[in-house]
Structure formats: C-alpha cells, structure tokens
Design a protein around this ligand. Structure first.
Ligand code: TYM
Length: 333
C-alpha cells in the first residue's frame, strides 16, 4: 500500500459548533479524507486556556464529535481523536517551546487578542497555545492543515518552528501548508454583520439550532444594509451581510435575483432572508438528522473517539521516539 501524506486539523470543545466552523473547517475536512491520511482532533487542552465550566467539558467534547461525524467524517477513513488522550502532543510542545523565541509568540495576533479578551487570565497556557498547536500538527508530520482564515498566523508560526527545529536537529518535520477556503467561507461573519462568527460572541447559528431558532435568529438578529430602513428603500447588497451569506448558501440564480430585488426595492429584507433560511435549512436539516441518530448512541460515539485516539497515539509515539533520538533524550533507552 502506498503511504499517503498526512493532514491534521482540530477544533476546540469550547462551545457548540457553528456554521463558521462548518464552512471554514469541517466542510473542507470531508473531501480530504479520501485523498490523505487524516487526523482530526478535539483539542480539549487548548480549551483549558480560557476559564471553562468543568462539568460541561464531556458534553462539549461529545458535541464536537457528533458534529464531526454528522457532517460527514468517516471513522473508517479518518482518525477522530481527543488531544488529551495523546500526551505526546504536550511532550512535543515542550520540546518545540525550547526552540521558539519569546518574541515570536508575543507578536501572534490571536495571543494579543485573547490577552485583551481575558485580561485577568493571561496564563502561560495561553502563551503556549500556538506552540501546542504546532505540536498537534507536527507530531503527525502533517503536510497541510485545513483551517479558517483566523488560524493563518498559527500556521505561519508552525512553519517557523519546524524550520528552526530542522536547522538545529536535522531535517525532520515537513513545513505544513494551510488549506484555507478561497471564498467567503474562510471568515464567516456573524449575525451582527460585524465580527467573525465566534463561540465567544453571541452571533452564531449553531449546527444544532432547531429550524425555528434559525428562522428567528436570521429574521430578528441578521443585520442587513443599515441604510435600508423602510421596505421601499433600495438596498445595497455589497454591504449587506445577509447577501454575503447568500454567496455561501444560495445558487448563483438566487444570488442574482436577491441582488436585483434588493437594489430596486422589489422585495423586503425579510423576503431575502426567507430564501437564505430555506437554503441554510436544506444544508443543516440532514446534518441534524444524523446528529440525532448519533446522540441516541453515545457509547458508539465514545468508542469511535477511543479507537481514533489509540490509533493517533501509535503514530505520535513513533514520532516521539524519533524525536528523542535526534534531540539526545536517549539516556534510559
Ligand atoms: P476553533 O475551535 O476556534 O475553530 C475551529 C475551526 O473553525 C474555524 N472557524 C471559522 N472559519 C470561518 N469562519 C469563522 N467564523 C470561523 N470560526 C472558526 C477555525 O479557523 C478553525 O479551523 N486553534 C484552533 C484549534 C486547533 C487547531 C490545532 C487547528 C488546535 N490545534 C491544530 C488546526 C490544527 C482553534 O481555535 O479553532
């Protein structure tokens, strides 16, 4: 059998998954599992870098696993794993930390943003976050990482860390490329039309939101062209977030129709939103049916994660053995 190249990506179990996670990440994972060896992680150790509710951790891990599977990841093809079940990730993170100059982390935009967001909890884990992420990727010698646009600086840093390690200890890690969707899916804006859709902001459509909740969120919270106040005002689709979402969910014909009707005040924002909602539900309802089936057999979901974690650990242990050799940590071997 030919050895395929490997790909890793991960999602934090820090809340319910939303359509930004789907479009930026999971929808990219699904086709990759046919052409690469794929490892998809639920990165619970990363989720500990913010204050979190301990009692809900297992439930959030379940939610991530169920969504991975409901969106089309196939445990026969891809490895689905839990980060804390493979301690080699943290072992490698330590080694990588020793080749990472401090200023590299200080300039990572996500670190600065998170430090601003949680000023009372700027912990060492937050500082080490990008190094642990590099370890997640490099422990599998991944050649590429499918992610949303917000993760690009982390991938740049991962390559720099790999390069520094290779210069110091000999050519070992590939320099992984990011795989980022080319369209609007790379950075899905939230319902408020301003910020990136994010679990930490109240601006999400969740993958398990009931259809009525989705209808109501889009109708009531979905921000449109702010200058279009009355039904009779002509709107400008190019500054309307609902129209941006149309580009993600609607056909070219529907997009053209909505743009035209908006510009000539031929229909109201609610009519435009109804077309969008129909299309979002067409995508989400089958996913939600699979979610329900999986939720009815959580033992099976746990077995899939346990099995994937064991398979991932075997690969990670092999890599760590090689790393111990090339870094001189061999005294007891
Ligand atoms: P996380 O959990 O914040 O997000 C998971 C994935 O979803 C993407 N994403 C989005 N894409 C488009 N639009 C959005 N609004 C949006 N919101 C989230 C993210 O870009 C990501 O791909 N640091 C990572 C987790 C991680 C990881 C890794 C990823 C840890 N180790 C190794 C890849 C490889 C994170 O916080 O993702």
């Amino acid at each position: 059998m030919v050895n395929k190249e490997r790909i890793f990506s991960g999602i934090q179990p820090s809340g319910r998954l939303h359509i930004g996670n789907y479009l930026g990440a999971i929808s990219q994972f699904v086709p990759l599992q046919d052409t690469y060896d794929t490892v998809f992680g639920i990165v619970d150790l990363h989720a500990m870098t913010q204050l979190y509710e301990k009692a809900g951790m297992s439930e959030r891990i379940t939610n991530a696993a169920v969504n991975y599977l409901a969106c089309g990841l196939d445990p026969e093809k891809a490895i689905l794993m839990l980060q804390s079940g493979v301690p080699e990730h943290t072992e490698l993170a330590w080694i990588l930390a020793t080749v990472t100059p401090l200023p590299w982390i200080q300039r990572v935009p996500t670190f600065k943003e998170k430090a601003r967001h949680q000023p009372d909890n700027v912990n060492m884990g937050l500082f080490n976050y990008p190094v642990l992420m590099a370890a997640d990727i490099l422990i599998y010698k991944s050649v590429a990482v499918p992610v949303g646009e917000d993760q690009r600086p982390h991938l740049e840093l991962t390559r720099e860390i790999a390069r520094t390690f290779n210069t110091r200890f000999g050519d070992f890690f590939p320099e992984p490329a990011e795989i980022i969707s080319t369209g609007e899916g790379a950075r899905v804006i939230g319902l408020n039309g301003k910020n990136r859709m994010s679990k930490s902001l109240d601006n999400c459509i969740y993958l398990d939101d009931e259809p009525d909740v989705i209808r109501e969120k889009i109708a009531k919270q979905g921000v449109t062209d702010p200058a279009r106040v009355k039904r009779t005002d002509a709107g400008n689709p190019s500054i309307c977030n609902i129209f941006t979402w149309h580009k993600l969910f609607s056909t070219k014909e529907e997009q053209a129709y909505c743009a035209k009707e908006c510009r000539r005040a031929g229909f109201g924002c609610l009519d435009c939103k109804a077309i969008l909602t129909k299309n979002i539900l067409e995508l989400l309802v089958p996913i939600q049916e699979r979610q329900k089936e999986l939720m009815a057999d959580l033992n099976k979901v746990k077995e899939i994660i346990r099995d994937g974690t064991n398979r991932a650990r075997k690969i990670a242990q092999e890599t760590m053995k090689e790393i111990r050799d090339i870094t001189g940590l061999t005294y007891l071997s």
